[in-house]
Design a protein around this ligand. Structure first.
Ligand code: ATP
Length: 201
C-alpha cells in the first residue's frame, strides 16, 4: 500500500503553490479542483447530470458548465450548492481514486480543498497535511488569486471548517506566512519526512 497525503487548507492558503513544489520534488500530485474543472468542461462527464438538475440555462452553447451563472446561484442558495456538490463530489472522488492507482511516485499528494469538510477521502488518505496562514494573508492572497472581493472571500471562508478545527486534525502543517522560498523549503523538508515514513505505510 502506498502513502497518500491529503493536502488541504482554507481558500487562498497556498495549497496550489505547495502542490507545485511537491511536483518539483518528483511527487505525483492529484488536484481535485483540476478534476472538477475537467468534469465541467465542454461535454465533461458531469454535464448531463448538471443539465438534468439545473436546466439548459446553466450549460453554455459549447456544452460546458456556465460557471458564472452557477457561481451566482450557489453563492446565494445553499440547497443548490449541496445539489451541485452531490453531483460533482462522487465523480471527482472516482477520478481521484483512478489517478491514484496510476501514480508511480514513492508517495502521492491529493489536493482536496474540502478534505475535512466532506469526509469523502478519509479512506484514501493516510496523512493530512494542512497548509495554514494567518487570516490577513489568506484574505489578501485569495483576492489576488480569485478576483473575488473581500466580502465574497469571507463568505466562502464561513462555509469552510474553522482554522482551529482544521489544524486540530492535521498530521503535518505547513505555515505559509513567509515568502514563497520559505514555502518551497518547508515542502522540501516534508518531502524528506514522507520518504522516511514510507516503510510505515
Ligand atoms: P484557492 O483556495 O483559492 O484555490 P490555494 O490555497 O490553492 O488557493 P494558492 O493559489 O497557492 O492558494 O495561493 C493563493 C495566492 O497567493 C496565489 O496568487 C499565490 O501565488 C499566492 N501565494 C501563496 N503563497 C504565497 C507566499 N508564501 N507568498 C506570497 N504569495 C503567495
Amino acid at each position: 500500500m502506498s502513502l497518500v497525503i491529503g493536502l488541504t487548507g482554507g481558500i487562498g492558503s497556498g495549497k496550489t503553490s505547495a502542490a507545485k513544489f511537491f511536483t518539483s520534488e518528483g511527487v505525483d500530485v492529484i488536484d481535485t479542483d483540476k478534476i472538477a474543472r475537467k468534469l465541467a468542461q465542454p461535454h465533461g462527464s458531469a454535464i448531463p447530470s448538471i443539465q438534468k438538475s439545473f436546466g439548459k440555462n446553466f450549460i453554455t452553447t459549447n456544452g460546458a458548465l456556465d460557471r458564472k451563472k452557477m457561481r451566482d446561484l450557489v453563492f446565494s442558495d445553499g440547497a443548490s450548492r449541496r445539489q451541485l456538490e452531490a453531483i460533482l463530489h462522487p465523480l471527482i472522488r472516482t477520478e481521484a481514486v483512478r489517478l491514484t492507482a496510476l501514480a508511480s511516485s514513492p508517495y502521492i499528494v491529493i489536493v482536496v480543498p474540502l478534505l475535512l469538510e466532506t469526509g469523502d477521502y478519509r479512506e484514501i488518505v493516510q496523512r493530512i497535511l494542512v497548509v495554514d496562514c494567518n487570516e490577513e494573508n489568506q484574505v489578501a492572497r485569495a483576492i489576488i488569486r480569485s478576483g473575488l472581493n473581500e466580502q465574497e472571500v469571507h463568505a466562502i471562508m464561513a462555509t469552510q471548517i474553522s482554522r482551529q478545527k482544521r489544524l486540530e486534525q492535521a498530521d503535518d502543517v505547513i505555515v505559509n506566512d513567509m515568502e514563497m522560498l520559505h514555502l518551497q523549503k518547508s515542502v522540501g523538508i516534508l518531502h524528506q519526512k514522507y520518504l522516511s515514513l514510507l516503510n510505515e505505510y
